[in-house]
Design a binder for this molecule. Structure first.
Ligand SMILES: Cc1cc2nc3c(=O)[nH]c(=O)nc-3n(C[C@H](O)[C@H](O)[C@H](O)COP(=O)(O)OP(=O)(O)OC[C@H]3O[C@@H](n4cnc5c(N)ncnc54)[C@H](O)[C@@H]3O)c2cc1C
Length: 357
């Protein structure tokens, strides 16, 4: 069923609670609703699809933009059960973490390390969500999209999605007019033959230090959830969008130079010969952890989180312009110290970003 609300406060659609007003907010609960919207000419307007808004902020000049969301329905459908794996189809509006919890409960492995990532299933392929060594692409079998220009549906195989680090085909201009309606995941049966491994990350390994037997999927899910919320502020308590910037990937010679200057710099060797450096470390090392644009010590407005330099938080009342000032200042200061440009991971939705321009 199609539901419409006018003059929506866009800050309510973002977990960083930043945004002006939008013309209309439309929610749909089935593929047929999208076809109906297409017949009505909804997609001839300026429009934008949102999920849980945990990776989105909105500018102040979107009053004529129509916002669309797939309602939350969390019932996965088993498509086929093979000897080693099960194919599961999930509606794009489903809550990602609910699906991870469901998979764990059903002894299906593959996404337990992606526990507690806020947001929807439909957004997961867009920037190929990842954490603790796992990515959405590891389990993606197929993505079903609705092309809002033609009104037709299409299925994209894993290969067709062209997944990379925080990137997929859905970020390309040709796919800007597509809505992810369903994803099909290939989840492995956690059996004695195919055991579960502890993600090779210090904090997770430490969590299981004293455990002698292989942890269950549920134990990994619980561990990741606990570790995650020990490090990141819960958006409902302190508005944020998780990691605000993408991690920085540089060639080996650049990394070697930085390591020479900062022997304690954390870094991860990538298969392609490049090196991944945590952008939070770059920001922290220039003294911007906890930084507020106006230098205020009162916790108000927009700030770099004082416990994790990769996270930007809104203590209340921050505007899109406040956020832009902070982001630009961080980028400029990182660039002048390290000679590298850092890029937001969060979708900064302004007029240029909305579809159908
Ligand atoms: C505390 C916290 C921790 C986080 N940790 C992680 C992490 O560990 N790893 C990680 O990768 N991310 C992380 N994130 C970011 C975020 O949770 C993910 O990017 C998530 O996939 C966003 O989902 P969403 O539904 O909220 O997307 P939104 O912010 O609503 O949308 C994000 C983008 O996807 C598009 N989109 C949304 N739904 C659809 C659809 N159905 N079809 C087509 N396009 C769509 C939107 O237009 C937008 O461009 C974290 C965020 C928070 C707040």
């Amino acid at each position: 069923m199609i539901h419409r609300e006018n003059n929506i406060d866009l800050a309510t659609l973002s977990t960083l609670k930043i945004g002006g007003r939008g013309h209309e907010y439309v929610t749909v609960d089935g593929y047929g609703d999208l076809q109906q919207l297409h017949r009505e000419g909804f997609f001839d307007n300026l429009w934008h699809i949102v999920g849980g808004g945990s990776d989105s902020v909105f500018s102040d000049d979107l009053e004529d933009v129509h916002f669309l969301r797939l309602v939350e329905m969390n019932t996965p459908e088993i498509i086929s059960k093979e000897e080693d794996y099960t194919l599961v189809r999930i509606w794009g509006g489903a809550n990602w973490d609910n699906i991870v919890a469901w998979s764990v409960q059903n002894n299906l492995a593959g996404i337990e390390s992606l526990a507690a990532i806020p947001g929807t299933v439909g957004a997961a392929p867009i920037h190929n969500i990842g954490a603790y060594g796992s990515e959405f692409s590891d389990v993606c079998h197929e993505v079903r999209v609705f092309d809002t220009q033609t009104g037709e549906g299409a299925a994209l195989s894993h290969e067709a999605c062209q997944f990379e680090y925080r990137k997929s085909i859905f970020k390309q201009a040709a796919y800007a007019e597509h809505i992810v309606v369903y994803v099909t995941l290939k989840l492995f049966h956690a059996t004695e033959k195919r055991t579960i491994s502890i993600p090779a990350y210090k904090d997770v390994e430490k969590f299981f230090e004293e455990k002698k037997s292989t942890p269950t999927l549920r134990e990994i899910y619980d561990a990741i959830t606990e570790i995650r919320w020990g490090k990141l502020p819960r958006p409902e308590l302190l508005p944020n969008c998780g990691s605000f910037f993408k991690n920085t990937i540089v060639p080996q010679d650049q990394a070697d130079q930085w390591i020479g200057e900062h022997p304690d710099m954390p870094h991860f060797q990538l298969d392609d010969g490049n090196v991944k450096v945590p952008t939070g470390w770059l920001i922290e090392s220039i003294g911007m952890k906890g930084y507020q644009v106006d230098g205020s010590l009162e916790k108000d407005g927009i700030a770099v989180y004082d416990k994790h330099a990769l996270v930007i938080v809104n203590y209340g009342g921050a505007t899109y312009d406040d956020l832009l000032s902070l982001v630009r200042e961080i980028q400029t200061r990182v660039q002048s110290k390290f000679n590298v440009m850092i890029h937001p991971e969060v979708c900064m939705i302004d007029r240029d970003a909305v579809s159908n321009d």
